[in-house]
Structure formats: C-alpha cells, structure tokens
Design a protein around this ligand. Sequence first.
Ligand SMILES: *Cc1c(COP(=O)(O)O)cnc(C)c1O
Length: 490
Amino acid sequence: MKQINQLKIRETATLRHALEQLDATANGVLLLVDENDRLLRTVTDGDIRRLLLSGATLEDTLGRLPPLHSKTVRQGIRQSDALAIMDKYEIDHLPVLDDQERPVDLLLRREIDGPILLSTPHLSDYEQAFVQEAFRTNWVAPMGPNVDAFEVELAQYVGVSHAVAVSSGTAAIHLGLRLLGVGEGDTVFCSTLTFVGSANPILYLGAKPVFIDSEPSTWNMSPQALYRALEDAAVQGRLPKAVVIVNLYGQSADMDPLLALCDTYQVPVLEDAAESLGATYKGRFSGTFGRVGIYSFNGNKIITTSGGGMLVSDDQDLVEKARFLATQARDPAPYYQHNEVGYNYRMSNVLAGIGRGQLKVLEDRVRARRAVFAAYVEGLADVEGITWMPEAPFGRATRWLSAAVLDPSLISAEDLIRSLARERIEARRVWKPMHLQPLFAGARYYSHEEGVSISDTIFERGVCLPSGSNMTPRQQQRIIRSFRQIIGKS
Ligand SMILES: *Cc1c(COP(=O)(O)O)cnc(C)c1O
C-alpha cells in the first residue's frame, strides 16, 4: 500500500513545495486535504503548470487553486469497476475515501490496469554484460565462452561434476533417456503429474511410457505406486529402461525411497528438475540425485535464458556423449563423418550469457517466489477450503508456482480462473496428468493406492496462482483482494 500520508498536502503549502512533493512521491498526483483530513481535490503537475502560466509564482500557495470536484471512490471497490470509472472520466488516478471523506488509498491506472501473468521472465542487472561480451567478441554462435562458463557455474552451484547446456529442457530429457539406453519398444516409467515435456521424449525414442501417480504429501511420485509398478514389471520380465522422476512446482520428490526402489531393480533414474532448480532435498540440490538430471531455462521457469536447458551428471562419459549427440554426432574426422543419429541441440553463446547473469540471482528468485507463496497463505489464511501444496520437511521448495487444491464447496478451479481472468489475473489449472492425456491413451498407470488416484484429484481441484518473482507487493495484494471478492469474503 502506498504511504497515503505522503501524498496529502494542505492549501497553505507553496507551489514550490507541491512540486517537490510531486517529485518525491512520483505518482503524478497529490491529495489536497482540509484541517480534518477530508479530501478537497486532487493536484497534478498540470494544475500547477496552469497556475504558473496564469501568473502565479512558486511562492504562492495552493489556496489559489480553483475548487474541483475530483472523482473518488469508496473502499472495497473492485479493480474492474475502478478501471471503468477511470476510463469513463479519462483519468489515471482515483482517490479512495472512507466514510468521513478522508483519503485512505490512491488507485493508479498503471497499477491496476496491467495484466498479471502466471510466471514471467525476471532479468537482473547482470545479463547484459555477458551478452554484450558475446557481441563484442563476435561469439554469438555457436557455443563459445559463455556456454562453457555457464556449464561450469551451474554444475558448481548445484554440486555435480559435469553439465552440458542445450536448447531446451525437453532436449536434455531426450538426450538423457537415449544415453540411459532407452530405445524402440522399451518401457520408461514417468511421473504422471507433470508437463508433457517430461514424457514426449519417451515417444521420440519409440519407447512406451508407464505413468506413476503422486503421493499426497509432496504431489510427486508415490513410492508405493512405483513399488507396485516395479514388482509387476519384474514379474513380467519387462523392467523399464529408466524412471523419469519429476520435481513438481519447485519441490523435490522424496528421493530416498524412490532411489532405493530403483536401485533394487537396477533401473537408472532421470531426474526432471525443470521446475525445481534451487530446491533442496536433505541438504543437496534438486536435480543431482538421478544418474542424469535436467533443468529448463524456458521463459516461465525460475531463471531463464529465454529458452534452454541443461543436462547434468557425475558421469563424465555420459555428459561428453550428450555433448557429442547434441552437436549432430559428428565424428572426430578431418571431414564431416557420422556414425549415429545426432541432434542440433546446443545452446547459443548469447543465451548462455543470459543464463550466467540469471544464475547470479537464483537465490533471490527463490526467496521472492517463496515470499509470494507466503503472502497468499497469509492473505487467505481465514478462508476455509484451500489446501496449499505441502512443503515436505525433507528440504526447501522454491515455490516456483504457488499451487493449491480448492474444496468444491468453496469454488471450482475453473470458476476461480475464469473470474480472475476478468480482473486480468492469469491463474492456471494444475498440469493435466499424463495418464489422462489423449496422447497417451492406453498407457499403463499405477495409482497411489488401488482405486485411489491422487493426481486426478489434484488436477480436478488444483490451481496455480501468479507466482512471478517480479510481482510487486501491490500486485500480490490485488490478487488476494480479487480472490476474496470472487469467493464473497472481501
Ligand atoms: C518446462 C518443463 C519441461 C520442458 O522444458 P523446456 O525447456 O520447456 O523444453 C520438462 N519438464 C517439466 C516438468 C517442465 O516443467
């Protein structure tokens, strides 16, 4: 909330003082109040300019202003209604008065007009220097020093030995699965509650996915469902070539029991940490637990290169092979020679420069996203029927997205999203589970318990609220206020 008192001014103030106060508060408007704090009128730069042009001096007082009936509104007005009034009267600000006519707030068009998106890129002061260095040295492409440095810096940050920067998280999963030996006709287990990018590469390789449900305490892969799936597969003599474990919305899966099961059957794990860079599990960074880990730097992720990904592993041979396959699998020969199918998957040196800058502020971004989540929890604490995505005690979630399950008696996810959209606030449904996707019709699915699918319920009732690390406190309050108005609890 604006410091409303700093915007108030009295008729005895000089024009010079008013201009200084306008300058200091930078809202383009002051509120002229009487001795009882009641609003007399608004004062803009333009009002003072007109006084000066009509012969007033800077030492004259605001008492020279003509009376004006400024448009005002009452507390509790909807953002959309306030905006309609601003449009009608062609004004950009609207004082909010209490029932004694005293200003308690000032609504500004620029603060309520703009859409609030789910998760937008948030650049820092550091990216430009790295990108400019790429331009200055003509290292715009391909690869180059920023790519090498980004790989080293990210590997050091999360604590793995090797990393290769690629064009997307999906590309990293594709390479990772291929290097774990997945091929035509193989089976791959995969978390069902995820973005399709986790599972598409299984199809690229001609393999068959089997989807594993979530557990309620983490929303991530259920160890007991994985146990049943592995037992069945072992009995049938068709163990999967790999298990893709996804860390949803910035929270690690419960790695210890999941890895123990995979170890028992000697099935390698690819850890999809596209959404969980910066999260921890028992003191170690998410993405470092599988044979292979992947991160995404897509525009909506916690840090971004505009588009990109990273494959990490402690297995040097595997990472070198990934680098080789990502550059068209070109043999070390004096001419262009190829023995196997490769891909054009490397990251450009310009984009790696963005990544280096972003990595410097990752910790800030985690803090900011967690603060957004905390603001929602606090602002909606008295509302019954909201179950926030739990933060498991084993580590730190980044709250990449603030997600919750809504009790149908409160409101449906769909109605909430539609109503927020009318206020230009973008909320989204939770990922539609892969086992419910037409693309994967017929794929096997193991629910948390026989007949109890956790991911189905999270999908039906779950919402993700705007979660960007660059949202202002005012925007967060606007979302909370709109949410409360929609459910009739304002
Ligand atoms: C974003 C995402 C991906 C894909 O990453 P891209 O860089 O967009 O290809 C994969 N898995 C999950 C869980 C994601 O959220």
